[in-house]
Design a protein around this ligand. Structure first.
Ligand SMILES: [Zn+2]
Length: 89
């Protein structure tokens, strides 16, 4: 059986299969992107595909810690809008 790589959510610290997490990647040119495929080169930080975890990670600057750099505002906006339900409540 193929072993699925496990990654840790930067917000809740749960370990999950890579496919269950959302990856934010710091590309070699120094900007950040959402990486839904998990295949982009560069340093990655992972968060659950969960609005609470994303909100918490953004609030506590957890991505910055994991990536050792500021997350681009574009990426932050993407993260905020990817699960928009919370905003409307
Ligand atoms: Zn989480």
């Amino acid at each position: 059986m193929k072993k699925i790589p496990q990654r840790m959510c930067v917000a809740c610290k749960a370990r999950r299969d890579k496919s269950e997490l959302l990856r934010v990647v710091l590309l070699p040119d120094g900007h950040t992107e959402l990486d839904p495929t998990g295949k982009m080169p560069g340093r990655g930080a992972y968060v659950c595909k969960d609005e609470d975890c994303i909100a918490q990670a953004l609030k506590a600057n957890r991505f910055q810690r994991g990536l050792k750099t500021q997350v681009d505002s574009d990426t932050v906006e993407q993260l905020k809008t990817i699960y928009p339900n919370k905003e409307q409540r």
